[in-house]
Ligand binder design. Sequence first.
Ligand SMILES: [Zn+2]
Length: 65
Amino acid sequence: MKCAFCSEELPKGSGIMYVYKTGNIEYYCSSRCYKNGIILHRKINPKEMPRTKKVEAKAEAKKGK
Ligand SMILES: [Zn+2]
């Protein structure tokens, strides 16, 4: 099975299995992929994720130097 977010192959018994009310099952390799995947399904802009903000902040710091 593959991670629903990053499509990385994950071995059986590892990762997170998420079951929707509709019966759809999705697997996530890590809690990060799980959070991102669930948020993406809720159609929230992934650019608003804190992780992206941190990366942007680092890039700006490098420009300043
Ligand atoms: Zn993943």
